[in-house]
Design a protein around this ligand. Structure first.
Ligand SMILES: *Cc1c(COP(=O)(O)O)cnc(C)c1O
Length: 365
């Protein structure tokens, strides 16, 4: 217990464990060459247009930012064909998750989510005194039928991370639609689409089109992944304007700083950067898949900028052997996949470095 005694639910919560920072590994190992493929950041950096806009905005740093990020809302609304009133901008989509639980969840209410999925859902549910209800996945993907079955009269929310972190898998778009049809109207369905832009083929769930009919639907997206603005902290939620109005009451007033707002606006105009990222990501994914197959390893079908590979060995051991070679990935043992690694798809050089290091890590017995 802490000196003054935090609320009881904090006993259940651990501090978020991020991918190991590059600086930390350099200090620990005394090495200079470190490759971080652990947090699904954009390996090509941020859009040059965004960086330029952020630099310019620095001259305004002493002024508080506008509290609702109105220009970002408006631009997103135009792009997405929705009303600006349906958009709430957060300090990363992490903050939008928190606004949702803060605003809508009462102690004792249940929240259905996949096991395993993005850990911030559970943490925020517990903070509010809610009850997380884990539903096992099927072959690394959400089991929507089982999630429906898990909904009771006490359920307030359901999280569907699509594509899912850490597995990279998506749900079938028809199944998702049917799922949303069947969830009771008073249960919020939160579709976390942090990796939306990476969805391949004709698998786009077209979730925005469902908003009109389903006022209980919330869609989350972010500038942290494909847009390369992870450290700027800006993401957004799309939902019924009445819900946005409620969230605006619970959010910190100056949640999104000026540089983040300026960077996001410019990033939205940098089509070239987006296309390059997507193309390189596809190339990197195919390379990693081929190399995994050549090593006799399996992997989940990913629609993101990361891939989960089954190394058929103790993931923690392989993780440590990769660290020794200056390669940071995420081991699956902390996420319920004790023989799998989650690897962010990197630049060509990073991917090659990972494969080379992985071969060494697997060869040592
Ligand atoms: C990265 C990520 C987020 C959070 O992104 P922000 O940086 O807070 O915008 C949300 N959901 C999933 C599934 C993620 O992987």
């Amino acid at each position: 217990m802490s000196v003054l005694g935090a609320r009881k639910q904090f006993e259940e919560i651990a501090v978020y464990s991020p991918g190991k920072p590059i600086e930390e590994l350099k200090r620990e190992m005394g090495i200079t060459e470190v490759v971080k493929m652990a947090s699904n950041e954009n390996p090509f950096g941020a859009s040059p247009k965004a960086l330029e806009a952020m630099k310019e905005e620095l001259t305004q740093l002493h002024y508080y930012p506008e509290i609702t990020s109105p220009l970002v809302r408006e631009k997103l609304a135009n792009r997405l064909g929705i009303s600006p009133d349906a958009v709430v901008v957060g300090n990363g989509s992490d903050e939008v998750i928190r606004m949702l639980t803060r605003t809508y969840l009462s102690p004792g209410e249940e929240v259905v989510m996949a096991s395993v999925t993005f850990p911030r859902y559970k943490t925020n549910v517990i903070i509010e005194g809610g009850i997380p209800v884990d539903v096992a996945m099927k072959d690394g993907a959400h089991d929507l039928e089982a999630m429906l079955q898990a909904i009771t009269s006490r359920t307030k929310m359901v999280f569907v991370c699509n594509p899912n972190n850490p597995t990279g898998t998506i749900v079938d778009k028809q199944e998702l639609q049917m799922f949303i049809e069947r969830v009771p109207k008073d249960v919020m369905v939160i579709l976390d689409e942090a990796y939306y832009e990476f969805i391949r083929g004709d698998n786009d769930p077209n979730s925005l089109a469902l908003l009109d009919k389903h006022t209980n639907l919330v869609i989350l997206r972010t500038f942290s992944k494909i847009y390369g603005l992870a450290s700027a902290r800006i993401g957004y939620g799309i939902m019924h304007p009445e819900m946005v109005a409620e969230l605006l009451k619970s959010k910190e007033p100056f949640n999104v700083n000026r540089m983040a707002q300026a960077g996001a606006l410019a990033a939205l105009d940098d089509e070239a950067f987006l296309h390059m990222t997507l193309e390189e990501n596809n190339r990197g994914r195919m390379y990693l898949e081929e190399e995994a197959e050549a090593l006799g390893l399996s992997y989940f079908d990913t629609h993101t900028n990361f891939i989960m590979i089954d190394v058929k060995m103790d993931a923690e051991l392989v993780y440590n052997r990769l660290l020794e070679q200056g390669v940071i990935i995420r081991p699956g043992h902390m996420m319920g996949y004790p023989t799998m690694l989650r690897v962010t798809i990197g630049t060509k050089e990073q991917n090659e470095k990972f494969v080379e290091s992985l071969k060494k890590a697997l060869a040592v017995s």
